[in-house]
Design a protein around this ligand. Sequence first.
Ligand SMILES: [Zn+2]
Length: 415
Amino acid sequence: MTPRRQAVINARLFDSGSGTFLPHSTIVIEGERIVAVTQQALQVDDAELIDAGGRAVLPGLIDAHVHVVAASADLVGLALQPPSLVGAQSSHIMRGMLMRGFTTVRDAAGADFGLQEAVARGLYEGPRLFISGFPISQTGGHADMRPKGVRGSAMFCSCAGIGLVGAIADGVGEVRRAVREQVRHGANQIKIMAGGGISSPTDPIDGTQFSLDELRAAVEEAQAANLYALAHAYSPRAVTRAVQAGVRSIEHGNLIDEATARVMKQHGAYLVPTLSTYAALADEGQRLGWSAVMMDKLASVRSRGIEAVRIARAEGVPVVFGTDLLGHMHARQSGEFALRTAAMPPVEALQSATITAARLMRQEAHIGQLVPGTWADLLVVDGDPTQGLEMLAEPEQGIRVLMQGGRVVRDRLAA
Ligand SMILES: [Zn+2]
């Protein structure tokens, strides 16, 4: 059987590698992949045509920090739900992401291979999923959600195999075992908690977590399986230790200074800021029942988020698109673009959600750019993305055509 042939013509193609737009482009698709991209005249009579009418055509977007299982901001309550319910809720969240133009997401803990498989088989409509499995956390670390006073570990049933509560590991041996467990369950990358967090009850935001030996062991086990580690960390101290231990991407990183950014640059590390979740929680955290301690932690990092982006950029650290939203706040995902453009031009914000994210994930042969060989994940959008990204903020209107793996998910060209 010959694969279905499609061609997007009259495209103003976003070359994400160079950050430029190439007018009069044609993109030829066979089956699920792009087979040719040209600015020359090309005979495509044998293909089904999508006439972009001179509109900008972007690679499908990538969000490198999501939690598709986070159907609620009540993470403890979520951990007590049956996996069937978590899965059903996740399908809703994933569909929303896809409809906003995110054709790939890196799940920064929580999602398992079942969800990944459900998307791959078309049972759930959603972005391609790169999963981390459980986050690895020390006792009392960011993914140890047990409230003060709870001593046993029986509170959460980790048999569910899904959720945001961490694999608790102390000491090099336990850390190795915990990473190997995630690898065994098909993790695409390994998430470790290298410093304090907002949603965890008793760890200081500027503290460090795990010993250097434990951090190195986690990275070594990830690399042994040809994977890499991403680390949750805010403070210069926590970020520096994680990067020196070999962690590839720093998640959040709000409190970094110039010296820390230079260490990141030296080690080839990426920064994945998640500005929208702070904006969302500042608006809604109190109503969601978050404690005063949590809201204080939030305030201490929120104001520094955009500054961290400026510092990383100035030192040449690649900055990747991430959001980290919870519950109904997922609706704010595309709002991350507007928050970022306070510190970078729109084209760079687009690169952060395409090619730079793909490079972090070592997937640039498959996603993040429109070149022969990559998945046919693309968006035909209204407006001029060099001037602003409003079209992504109103995706139902602004994204005219949404294609994932050669399948047209939305076609509003005629509308
Ligand atoms: Zn997160």
